[in-house]
Design a protein around this ligand. Sequence first.
Ligand SMILES: NC(=O)c1ccc[n+]([C@@H]2O[C@H](COP(=O)([O-])OP(=O)(O)OC[C@H]3O[C@@H](n4cnc5c(N)ncnc54)[C@H](OP(=O)(O)O)[C@@H]3O)[C@@H](O)[C@H]2O)c1
Length: 403
Amino acid sequence: MSRLTLLGSTGSIGVNTLDVIRQNSHQYQVYALAAGRNVARLAEQIVEFRPKVAVVPDEESRGKLSERLVESGLAQSAWPELLFGPQALVAIATAPDAWIVVSAIVGVAGLEATYEAVRAGKRVGLANKEVLVSGGRLVMDAVRISGAELIPIDSEHNGAHQCLRGGSRPEVTRLILTASGGPFRTTPVEQLAWVTPEDALKHPTWKMGNRITIDSATLMNKGFEVIEACWLFGFTPAQVDVVIHPQSSVHAMIEYSDGSVIAQISATDMRMPIQYALTYPERMQAPVPKIDWSEARRWEFGPPDLAKFPLLKLAYECQEAGGSATCTLNAADEIAVEAFLARRIGFPAIYRIVEQTVSKLAKRQPATINDILEVDRESRSLARELVAKEAAADAGSRVTAKA
Ligand SMILES: NC(=O)c1ccc[n+]([C@@H]2O[C@H](COP(=O)([O-])OP(=O)(O)OC[C@H]3O[C@@H](n4cnc5c(N)ncnc54)[C@H](OP(=O)(O)O)[C@@H]3O)[C@@H](O)[C@H]2O)c1
């Protein structure tokens, strides 16, 4: 039995991970679950998977979780130990009982625990891309020192991981990441000023959490993936291409020195890469329908429109710049996306806020997790100020328009 700690069990990746465990319960067992505010779903997961430990962000959430467990009728003797706060996340990520840690908390809230899991030499199934976007150098240095296995769950990187098994690393010349193009792939650029959060949340091929769905609509997500790929596989930004592939069936391609390209293709279902991260280097039957090759199908590939989606270009520039730039990029984007979802700013303002935050904040070389968290805090604070200005200007222009 392999035991697992799941950070972010109540989210989209978390729920899919538990489905993979459910289908393979003869081989995998849950050691610990960690979640945010959704204590109702966490309680249901505790009743089904019976972890030894459950972690929530604060004492209030722990109280609410206890109430839910009482309501569930689960005998108190079967309850997990209920812990809260960042140190508890680190404890379950580094516990000797956890053989694999799936990192699926959204944002930098998952950074420290993931970093410590790496330092403890665990196998880490990495969904949380913000970990490498914010702290890539530190985390990859820790991988080298501890010998931890960092297996990407992000489908494109998981695809690249599979393609890289087809040849030796010095023969690899290029990584090609595919992008669906998001809901606004064919929307004229001048109409982007009027799109709503509901429009942006309609992802054409994947069902995911809110932040990553908005990031897919701006192509910021693909920019994060370029950065993530550079850290995971040792590419320079110039060696990573992005190709728009609306069908999301080809997840990544690796070009070798003779020009041969190996592609990874599978159903558009996150349970595929999650299961791969658990079973690597072996493969198991997946709980996902296989591609039916007897059906006619057409796949398209084309270049991204960097003028319409400038956040992708900015991500390349930040990775080239190095240091704290990508941490700021992530933090500012999180604030801008939150503001867009709250209807405080329009869709094009997401880019303006992120770009201004990156260009205004002095670059530095974070050497510790605390340094990264400090850059993250400062970047958020500046991005919030810029959101407030943008929102005020927007309200002002509406008053003028009315007059
Ligand atoms: N969804 C996908 O298909 C996909 C694909 C590739 C990569 N990823 C990456 O995987 C990560 C998770 O994505 P998602 O789509 O699963 O997001 P999601 O549905 O929003 O789930 C996020 C999870 O993080 C938890 N969380 C948030 N803040 C927390 C905190 N302070 N402490 C503990 N837990 C906290 C949430 O808990 P509550 O819900 O209980 O608040 C939830 O379990 C992201 O980094 C995303 O970029 C996702």
